[in-house]
Structure formats: C-alpha cells, structure tokens
Design a protein around this ligand. Structure first.
Ligand code: HEC
Ligand SMILES: [Cu+2]
Length: 479
C-alpha cells in the first residue's frame, strides 16, 4: 500500500490541533478567553496552589494523575485517531467512481490480531496510569487514592496527613456550609479558617440532601452523604484566600452554595480562635445601645443607625412595612434564627452570624461583604439566592409566596405578593446592614480582599495576585 502524503498531512494537522487543544486551549485566542478564567482562575483543579515544598499535596496529586492520564490519552488519540483520520481522507470515494461498473474494495470485518493488540495496548496504559510515579508529587494513582481518603502514604518526602491532624466537621445545608471545630468548641459558617503546615481532617456531614465539599486549589471533592460521615484531608503550605463550592447538585440555589477557605499562619489561626470565642452581645443602657465581645473590654456604643439595626435584628421593633399591614409581632426577627451571644450547635440549621463582619463574603460566599449587597440580601434574599430557606421562611410567615411553588420566584414581576416583596424599608435595611457590619472583633485577623473576580461579580475589584499566579506548566518547569 502506498502512503497517501496528502491524507497523511491532513491527519497530522487535525490530530495535532486536537491534541494541542487538550493541553493548551487557554493559549488560543477567543477559546482561551473563555477557558482561561475557568481553567486557571480561582476555582480550578489545574492550578493547585502552594509554596514549592509540598504545594497542596492532595490537589497536586490529583493534578499529577490528571496530567499523566492526559498524556496517555493524547497518545491514544494520536495512535487511534491518527489512522482513523488518515483513512477518512485516503480511502474516501474517488471522483468518477461508479458502483455499478467499478470494483468495490474488499469488504472485511474484524481483525483478531489488531483487537488483541489493542486490548494489550490499553492494559499497558492502565498499568502505567495506576503505577507510574509522575509529576511533582510522584504519587502513583494507586497510592494517591488511599492518600486522598485516609491521609496515609509510605512515600518518602510526602507529608503523612493522618498524623497530628486538626479536625473540622463540615455540615452541609441547603444552601450553605457550617464549620465546627471540635477541639476549639467553635462553630462558624461559610468561611473555613485553617492553619497552614498542619494536616486538617475534614469530616463531612449533611443535614439534608447530598452536597459535595470542594476547595479546588487545595484538595479534591468528596460528597456529604445523608446517614454517613465521609472524610477528606486538607493541607496548605501557603497563606491564601481560596474559593470553594458545593459540587453536587442540591436544589434551587446549588450554584450559589459557595464557601471561602482562609489558609493562615498558626499564629493568626490561634488569634482567630481566641477572638471567635468572645461572643458578640448587645446591651441597652441609659444613653444608648452597646455592643461588646466577650467581657466589656471591647465595648463600643452603637450609632443611632446601628442601634436601630440592632433593635430590628433582635426583634425589639417591628419593620414599618409590616406594621403598615397590621402585623403586631415580628416573625422575621433575625435573632429567631441567627442568635448572637451563644455558640450554636454544630449542626444548627442557620448560619452563625457572630463576628459576621469578619468574613469577606455573604450569602454563602456568593456576594461580597458590602453594605449594598447586605441591604439587598436583607430586603430580598430570594432575589439573591432563589428558594433560600431564609426567604422562604419570611415569605411563609407572611403568606407572600406559596412555599411549594418556587418556580417563578426569581423572575416574577414585582408585586407585593411575590419574591421581590420587601419586608423592610430602605432605611431599615440599611440600619440592619450597618449593625451587621459592626460584628467585627477589634482583635480579629483580617483576611484581605476576597478572590472574587468572576463575571458574575461586576463590582468586585480585579485581583492581581490571581493574574500573576503561575500556570501549572510554569510551576512544573520550575521543579
Ligand atoms: C427563619 C430563619 C431566619 C431568619 C428569621 C433570618 N434568617 Fe438570615 N439566614 C437564614 C438562613 C437559612 C440563611 C442561609 C441562606 C443561604 O445562604 O442559603 C441565612 C443567611 C443570612 C445571611 C448570610 C450569612 C452568610 O454567612 O452568608 C445574613 C447576613 C442573614 N441571614 C441576615 C439575616 C437578617 C439581617 C435577618 C433579619 C432581618 C435574618 N437573617 C433573619 C435564616 C434566617
Ligand atoms: Cu450543591
């Protein structure tokens, strides 16, 4: 058989482009613009983060396995796809071919030698994927799996995560996360603070449906299953502010069920724990309302606006909008669900708002911590997160939506009976937001700017540290 050079050239070009795209689609104009944000942005497995010593070992071992598999599948693509594309060009019907007169090529089916050869070939590739130490961590996939789930490894130079680990219980709720630190007697929500250079064992619980915990640059994802506790491990060796996400569809607001991970130094972590345990409380005195944390040493008088917010928050006042409609009790008093001054149970069904203003985001990592965002959340949480439990409870209490028909919630035209109905006047919502923003212990560590730069966050500032983060290939090249 004579090799058809033109067909060979075509197949090299087509398979070449395809293979190149698998590795470097981000470098291609237009495609890259769409992909780069997702491939190398804040929520990615392709850019495990950390200092050079260990990086984020779990995320890095996953990245290594991924790259090994990608190389091998690229090889498969070339060796199988190449001949296929060649055959398409070389053996297509020639111009002037007449099926009545001209002879058809021999019609055949099956080729035992090729088939056995392919089975043998794929088996070798699978063995390579399972056993080859590859990439930076050099953990073969077969050892990487127990490492991911149990934190154990015999490989020298790789940190054993199951020794001296700190434990954190994660509770998934529709549609937010709560974090419990059993050693410290501390419960917080939506922003996970953990020390660097310390293995962290994550115990995963859910209070309702299946969720999935995914702090993509640090570790892979594991599901939160009803009726069982799953485990995974985090290890970071670099301070950072990371983006996490529920990665298992869990209902209306699943896409907005995010969280933040703050990897921080042991000192800052200890400082955070110490201040978190000093709970916020308010006290009415003759000359006004005071906010304190723990004992009276951090006491501060609230401004008039903040004091109004405190009243509304703690159910000491009825919102005007409701008063106008003849309501005499305040069934949406925030402290019904978000108590200040007490540490809730680990699986408490509402986010703990103690020290709320120390966080960088609101609505489970979905919006930035800003007065304007807070105001919108307080007035119309259903607009920010469709179907969320806070909004549904508000609405149920006042009969403004049917709790079972959430379908049109997000887009209905504004009337007084739908999801865009606001329970608070602008002034009241601003006052509550102002009060919430005082919930910041003066001694608490600062997490800096949140790494929000998704197109969905038009108000967020560009984060330069993200832009200059090395791409995975550069990182590999450094080693
Ligand atoms: C029926 C219980 C309930 C009441 C009453 C309630 N909330 Fe909530 N709140 C929730 C739930 C549930 C969430 C979690 C929503 C989500 O993210 O899906 C939440 C979330 C929040 C958050 C975001 C927390 C975070 O970490 O992202 C803020 C802020 C908040 N509520 C403020 C208020 C204020 C202010 C009031 C009073 C006007 C209030 N809540 C009344 C149940 C309640
Ligand atoms: Cu989810």
């Amino acid at each position: 058989m004579k090799l058809d050079t033109k067909s060979l050239l075509y197949s090299i070009v087509i398979v070449g482009i395809f293979t190149f795209l698998c590795f470097r689609a981000d470098k291609v104009p237009v495609i890259g613009t769409y992909l780069a944000g997702d491939l190398y942005g804040e929520q990615t497995t392709l850019n495990p983060d950390g200092e050079d010593k260990f990086l984020a070992p779990i995320a890095q071992s996953h990245y290594d396995s991924f790259m090994l598999t990608l190389w091998i599948t690229a090889l498969l693509c070339v060796t199988v796809g190449g001949p296929l594309v060649y055959a398409l060009f070389a053996f297509k019907e020639k111009p002037g071919f007449d099926p009545k007169k001209d002879k058809l090529p021999i019609q055949s089916h099956g080729n035992t030698k090729v088939e056995v050869g392919l089975i043998f070939y794929s088996t070798i590739l699978l063995v390579i994927i399972a056993f080859l130490p590859f990439g930076k961590m050099k953990i073969p996939a077969i050892a990487g799996i127990p490492y991911f789930f149990e934190g154990k490894t015999n490989i020298e130079g790789i940190p054993k995560l199951d020794e001296d680990a700190m434990e954190i219980d994660v509770y998934g709720h529709q549609w937010w996360f709560s974090f419990h630190y059993p050693e410290h007697g501390l419960v917080t929500s939506n922003e996970l603070v953990f020390p660097i250079n310390t293995p962290v064992k994550i115990n995963l619980h859910t209070e309702d449906v299946i969720h999935s915990f995914w702090l993509s640059k640090i570790a892979g994802k594991v599901d939160l299953m009803p009726g069982q506790v799953n485990h995974m491990w985090l290890y970071a060796d670099k301070e950072g502010n990371y983006s996490g996400q529920c990665a298992e569809y869990c209902g209306d607001s699943h896409a907005y069920m995010l969280f933040r991970g703050h990897a921080t130094t042991q000192d800052k972590f200890d400082q955070w724990v110490k201040t978190q345990l000093e709970l916020a409380s308010t006290q009415d005195k003759e000359d006004g309302t005071y906010l304190s944390f723990g004992d009276d040493s951090h006491e501060r008088k609230l401004t008039e606006q903040e004091a109004l917010g405190e009243k509304l928050f703690n159910g000491k006042a009825i919102p005007e909008q409701l008063e106008d409609k003849g309501h005499t009790t305040n069934a949406i008093a925030c402290n019904r669900c978000h108590a200040l001054g007490a540490m809730p149970a680990p699986n408490y069904p509402y986010p703990n708002l103690n020290h709320f203003a120390e966080r960088t985001t609101i609505a489970a990592g979905w919006r930035n911590m800003e007065a304007g965002e807070l105001k919108t959340w307080i007035q119309q949480p259903g607009k920010v997160k469709p179907g969320n439990r806070m909004w549904r409870d508000f609405a149920l209490n006042y009969g403004v939506i049917d709790a079972d028909t959430t379908e049109d919630l997000f887009n209905r035209k504004q009337t007084h009976t739908n999801a865009h109905y606001s329970f608070f006047t602008d002034e009241e919502a601003e006052a509550i937001a102002a009060f919430l923003l005082t919930l910041k212990h003066p001694g608490a560590p600062d997490w800096g700017e949140p790494p929000l730069k998704s197109s969905k966050q038009p108000k967020a500032k560009e984060d330069e540290t993200q832009a200059s983060a090395p791409a995975p290939s550069d990182k590999l090249a450094q080693n």
